[in-house]
Design a protein around this ligand. Structure first.
Ligand code: TRP
Ligand code: SF4
Length: 404
């Protein structure tokens, strides 16, 4: 398999090792990963270098956090037989691509990424005016581009990073993908097309070039795919479409993960730092305790006061977990003071515990024998490295770094 073949449809995503994951991670990302692995070649990795960009003063936690993160992935149903699971810092090629991309990346691109100034302002207790933190999105671009990934499942906050990865790929191809033979080959291929198709392709290409209309480029690609030309001829036309350049690095696309419907226990976004989360592998008694302590509609001071589910975070949990009958029971019981809040919370507790049970079972062998996780990661790192090496051979070549 060449890398072009095996990456046609590659999905790649990474997560910083922040410790044990919570239900927000499960509903917001992992459930989606476990689905994607059935449909695509998937690579999922622990972004431990990224963790160090903000937590360079506390390296001692990274090891354990990496292990916990991967166990939670496995608990959530991410399957090492289907997806490749690895650790960023063990595929050194990411660092090499990061370094090389850094040569031509304008500083302004990095400084204007929205998360950059936001995080510096938000994390005041940390000195983030570092070279590493500025380079965060460039490292992320290297993570993605090195596998020529097509799809990057991420939350909305990460979309600017994917956009920047696209710009970086485009710039790389423009700088280093020059190829005089492409125009000639594309001409020969186009000459073989029936008149109508040739004219249509030319029109689409012009629209794509002049107006930067990405749709037109996609249409042109579809048209090329539908022709009766040979594979090499189609490649030549595609290369011409990409500006007469070889596509060394592929432009990835964000695969926006639908916003999780599950907020934190207090109604804000679920986050460990807010203290409003339930861990994927939370103990049963702790799940019960946490849900029982959830704030409810402040108007329900006494059991006899009617409430309004719209003002209650427990209702959000019913929306995520309960069926229509249960929801109707909540609506009726809450607004008429027919049920108490503890009663109302019980189906939520039951649903969370039910959802959790198979995850706990899947995690147990790995908790008992962390060596199993190590084996999975050894294997995944090796596979990732093989793919990364292929890309790097081309990158080095294109940048004049090969001697033979
Ligand atoms: N920045 C991502 C986050 O904080 C993690 C990440 C690092 C990532 N490299 C990546 C995600 C590559 C997708 C692809 O969530
Ligand atoms: Fe919230 Fe349910 Fe109590 Fe109503 S009855 S306030 S929805 S917990």
């Amino acid at each position: 398999m060449t890398s072009t073949e095996n990456s046609a449809d590659t999905v790649l995503s990474g997560m910083r090792p922040t410790g044990v994951l919570h239900l927000g991670h499960y509903h917001g990302a992992l459930k989606n990963w476990a689905q994607l692995q059935n449909e695509h070649r998937c690579l999922f990795f622990v972004a431990d270098w990224h963790a160090l960009t903000t937590h360079y003063e506390t390296p001692e936690v990274i090891r354990q956090h990496t292990l916990d993160t991967v166990i939670d992935w496995l608990a959530a149903g991410v399957d090492p037989k289907r997806a490749t699971l690895f650790v960023q810092s063990r595929v050194l090629e990411h660092a090499e691509l990061f370094l090389l991309l850094g040569m031509g990346t304008p500083l302004a691109w990095l400084e204007r990424v929205p998360t950059y100034k936001d995080q510096i302002a938000n994390l005041k207790d940390k000195d983030l005016l570092t070279y590493g933190f500025l380079g965060y999105p460039l490292l992320q671009a290297a993570d993605i581009l090195i596998y020529r990934a097509r799809w990057v499942p991420v939350g909305a906050d990460q979309v600017p990073h994917i956009e920047m990865s696209r710009e970086i790929a485009r710039r790389f191809n423009a700088l280093y993908g020059r190829d005089a033979q492409i125009e000639a080959a594309a001409h020969l291929a186009a000459a073989k097309l029936p008149e109508g198709q040739r004219a249509q392709l030319q029109q689409l290409r012009r629209a794509a070039d002049q107006d930067g209309e990405l749709d037109k480029r996609d249409e042109a690609r579809a048209l090329i795919a539908s022709t009766a030309l040979s594979r090499a001829e189609k490649d030549a036309l595609r290369a011409q479409l990409d500006g007469g350049r070889r596509t060394i690095l592929r432009e990835p696309e964000a695969l926006l993960t639908p916003e999780s419907r599950l907020p934190g226990l207090d109604g804000r976004k679920m986050s460990k730092s807010y203290g409003n989360s339930i861990a994927i592998r939370e103990e049963r008694a702790v799940v019960e305790h946490k849900v029982r302590r959830m704030p409810t509609d402040p108007a329900r001071v006494r059991r006899s006061d009617p409430g309004d589910p719209q003002r209650c975070p427990v209702w959000q949990f019913h929306l995520a977990y309960s069926d229509d009958d249960t929801r109707a029971w909540v609506q009726r019981g809450c607004t008429s003071a027919g049920i108490g809040c503890i009663e109302c919370k019980q189906p939520v507790i039951d649903s969370i515990l039910r959802e959790q049970q198979p995850m706990l079972e899947r995690a147990q062998p790995y908790v008992d024998q962390p060596a199993l996780v190590r084996d999975i990661l050894d294997d995944g790192c090796e596979r990732a490295r093989a793919a990364a090496r292929e890309t790097m051979a081309e990158v080095r070549d294109a940048m004049g770094l090969r001697l033979d």
